[in-house]
Design a protein around this ligand. Structure first.
Ligand SMILES: [Ca+2]
Ligand SMILES: [Zn+2]
Length: 464
């Protein structure tokens, strides 16, 4: 009797496991077109929010603008994806779970592309209070796994393996080629991108789309420096205050403590003056970040950091052509070069025919030289992180108190997410809890079966 019950329990559990894995394997349905979306106040229409175009939007007034969403009959809403033109400082968000409207505090609110998880609701309301709200796009999702193109950014790295310092959004693809698809996507390394210019909001959207596509999962950082066109390096030196640019780079290096940095060509690739300026400031910054007394504010905040390796595009020493033509399994066999090309096409505002991926001349996105190294020259010449394991081991072996600057310090009190950029750790805990419960129940069931068997044996061999 007990034996039968045990077998039954195991069978039930196996069915449950199958059900849970099927539920998690199911992709969330996009329900935007099936929801009733109503805008009140401001300029723009629901069509502007659903045309997949960052240049059209709904502009809510300073106060009293509302966006209301009603879920389709019988399907709850599990998430809302908001692509902002201008992020309001505070988001006034409420949900209707079936028992009327309730405030729904949204704390994770930092980037132009924002996904908000919802506890399966019937309705959503967004209000503008005290400040205008400009929304470019809106998408709504039902329960299930989110499609890959819904961006859920992790905070910037606490400690980066690679730090890239492109000047404008798209330079990371055009001039650093397969770096991001290979290191962020394929290898799942902690890769941090910091743009030396602020970029327009449209270009920031394009940057996020391009970076997400090639597997970057840590939010990029944009500098406070405006994007200015300069005819020559001397004009760029006038327009940008060099100690400020260098100081900002020093701060980024100290904050992200990279094993290797990738920067521009000192000749500015096709001669771009601000690319030149960026590379030349970086030559100073990489020295000064590790030295006492330079830029004391960032030294106080993050400590010193002497980066083991710094590469510059087209630098003539310890030069190599990186092989970006290897098929990458993370991208279904597409190469790093192909993925960088796809990411470049995310920069819609830059598709004017002047720029394209290249394997020739100073635009060759494979050509890098080791500008500065604390770990000797590269021997294999095929890996930006060659020899950095030894550097890392040496740093970790160093006593912690006198070299506190070498220990990663969190600029934000958010735990560092898992290395694998394809995973969203928060979404995995229900599976882990479910699996643990099932394992426990299985153990109990097996125990019960063992007891039943022993009893059966004892009854056939009664004690004397
Ligand atoms: Ca739009
Ligand atoms: Zn550029």
């Amino acid at each position: 009797m007990r034996l039968k019950r045990g077998i039954l329990l195991i069978l039930t559990l196996l069915i449950c496991t199958a059900c849970i894995s099927t539920a998690y394997a199911q992709e969330a349905q996009e329900l935007t077109g099936r929801c009733a979306v109503v805008l009140s106040g401001g300029k723009g229409s629901v069509a502007d929010l659903t045309d997949h175009d960052y240049t059209t939007q709904w502009k809510a007034p300073k106060s009293g603008g509302t966006l209301t969403v009603q879920a389709p009959e019988g399907i709850p809403l599990s998430g809302i994806y908001l692509l902002w033109d201008k992020l309001p400082k505070t988001l006034y968000f409420s949900v209707d779970s079936g028992d009327g409207w309730m405030d729904y505090p949204v704390t994770d609110h930092r980037l132009l592309h924002q996904y908000v998880d919802l506890p399966d609701v019937r309705g959503i309301k967004l209000e503008s209070r005290e400040e205008p709200m400009i929304l470019n796009e809106l998408r709504l999702y039902g329960p299930g796994d989110l499609p890959k193109d819904v961006q859920r950014w992790n905070p910037p790295c606490e400690k980066a393996d690679l730090l890239l310092i492109p000047t404008h959004p798209d330079d990371e693809d055009l001039f650093f080629g397969g770096t991001l698809p290979t290191y962020a996507g394929q290898y799942g390394k902690n890769v941090q991108v910091v743009y030396m210019t602020q970029a327009t909001r449209r270009r920031r959207h394009e940057a996020l789309d391009g970076l997400w596509l090639v597997g970057v999962r840590h939010a990029p950082v944009f500098s406070p420096f405006e994007d200015m066109y300069c005819d020559s390096l001397s004009e760029a030196e006038q327009a940008y205050h060099i100690p400020e640019v260098t100081g900002w780079q020093v701060e980024m290096i100290r904050r992200f403590k990279p094993l290797a940095i990738i920067g521009h060509d000192i000749e500015g690739e096709y001669g771009h003056s601000v690319h030149k300026l960026n590379a030349r400031c970086l030559q100073k910054a990489v020295e000064q970040a590790g030295k006492d007394g330079f830029y004391p504010a960032s030294q106080k905040q993050y400590g010193l950091w002497d980066t083991p390796k710094c590469y510059l595009h087209n630098w003539p020493e310890n030069q190599r052509l990186m092989d970006w033509d290897k098929p990458l399994s993370f991208f279904g066999g597409k190469t790093g070069y192909e993925m960088a090309g796809e990411a470049f096409r995310c920069h819609l505002s830059q598709q004017n025919g002047h720029h394209a991926m290249s394997k020739e001349g100073r635009r060759d996105c494979r050509n890098f030289g080791l500008y500065r190294s604390l770990v000797g020259p590269d021997v294999m010449l095929d890996d930006f992180l060659e020899h950095t394991d030894e550097a890392l081991a040496a740093f970790q072996a160093a006593p912690s108190s006198p070299t506190a600057s070498l220990i990663p310090q969190a600029p934000e009190a958010i735990p560092e997410p898992a290395d694998n950029p394809g995973e969203v750790p928060e979404a995995r805990w229900p599976v882990a809890v479910g699996a643990s419960l099932i394992a426990l129940a299985l153990l109990l069931a097996i125990g019960q079966m063992r007891k039943a068997l022993l009893r059966a044996r004892r009854s056939s061999h009664p004690r004397q």
